[in-house]
Design a binder for this molecule. Structure first.
Ligand code: DON
Length: 366
């Protein structure tokens, strides 16, 4: 992680002069392209002049790919045996903008299991059905400050479920989603994810079987939730559907499109379908900021400043609201369960392009 910090300390290289002449890449779709140079001081409501060009975005992605390609820190998750077999060298970076432009480098067409990144989209599905207030009441949205699956968090958190992005909260979120059977619920979830990705996604059956054979910890979390009356359907059935949703295969490109759907006010940038209610997006992104990288979320917000979500399959997606999403796939994880190279690559690109949400120089701020 030394490299991450060094990268994050790196100052951006895109000069204001170059950026002033830029066609906006991370600009919101409605008013682009804006090729006209503008003065630095803008009237309220005007677009920021510092959006990077497509070439600058591609250059940043290429640099991030080359810079971290040989990094050997971290290791594949192995508590789900099938994940240990995935080639640790796979590495792909994909950006998709809110107006559907794609910029990639590396292994962006290789399917991997979505794992915990699925939790974001099941949260979105539960919110479609019940709205943010009920989901907040039934699940909560407080960071646990702990890893993604300890029993202690269920016992100690006042809501017990914690938030929808840790295992207990995610299993409870799945239990909330209505369906006549477990199969129907899984199909409803898969269909929703597919709409966000803009194409049909499929289960990676070997990963599902591998996790289903070893997920005693998640079954224990669900049983504990039952004790606190914080699970809303059959416990084992909820764990099984949750395990299947975690085993859905995505490529880095598909994951970037799912993120871009969030960035684009809930509408898929290519199909145009309004997958997620526009008004639910802020709560989803807020939850990602607080808990998307588990007990690494605070450091991530501090250094990178983008809502993001990781999965033990090696994926991370980060969302730039209104602008686009970056997804990276690289299996070796750090101790918190977050992909090492994905963190480095996203941090690098975000710094280079000036897309930290909390920075006054954030690109595209209107
Ligand atoms: O339940 C589990 O343990 C996995 N299916 C998902 C965990 C996960 O991805 C945590 N991520 N960083």
């Amino acid at each position: 992680m030394k490299l991450l910090h060094a990268t994050i300390r790196m100052r951006h290289n895109i000069t204001m002069a170059a950026a002033l002449a830029a066609v906006s890449m991370f600009a919101a779709p409605a008013a682009r392209p804006q090729a006209q140079p503008r003065p630095a001081a803008q009237a309220p409501g005007q677009r920021s002049p510092v959006a990077p060009t497509r070439e600058q975005v591609q250059a940043a992605v290429n640099e991030a790919y080359e810079k971290f390609k040989s990094n050997t820190e971290g290791k594949n998750a192995d508590y789900i045996p099938e994940l240990a077999k995935v080639d640790s060298k796979l590495y792909g970076i994909a950006i998709i903008t809110a107006d559907g432009q794609t910029i990639t480098a590396g292994d962006v067409d290789k399917a991997f299991s979505i794992q915990s990144i699925s939790k974001v989209f099941s949260l979105a599905l539960a919110m479609e059905e019940f709205g943010p207030d009920k989901v907040f009441e039934k699940i909560g949205s407080e960071p646990t400050g702990r890893p993604f699956n300890p029993v202690e968090a269920v016992v100690d958190m006042p809501t017990h479920t914690g938030n929808p992005l840790v295992n207990a909260g995610a299993i409870a979120t799945v239990s909330l989603i209505s369906a006549p059977s477990a199969d129907a619920k899984y199909n409803k979830i898969l269909n929703f994810y597919s709409k966000a990705a803009g194409e049909k996604l499929a289960l990676i059956n070997d990963v599902y079987k591998s996790e289903a054979a070893t997920n005693t910890g998640n079954k224990a979390l669900a049983a504990l939730l039952l004790k606190y009356e914080r699970i809303y359907a059959d416990t084992l059935e909820s764990v099984d559907v949750y395990t299947k949703q975690c085993s859905v295969g995505v490529t880095a490109k598909q994951l970037a499109m799912m993120g871009a759907t969030l960035a684009n006010f809930g509408a898929n940038p290519i199909t145009g379908e309004q997958v997620i209610k526009r008004e639910n997006v802020p709560e989803i992104l807020a939850t990602m900021t607080m808990a998307g990288l588990y007990d690494g979320s605070g450091g991530w917000a501090w250094h990178v400043g983008l809502p993001a979500k990781s999965g033990v399959g090696g994926g991370i997606v980060a969302v730039v609201p209104g602008k686009g999403a970056i997804a990276v796939f690289a299996p070796p994880l750090d101790k918190a369960g977050n992909s090492v190279k994905a963190q480095l690559a996203i941090a690098y690109v975000a710094e280079k392009l000036g897309i930290n949400l909390y920075s006054p120089r954030s690109v595209g701020v209107k």
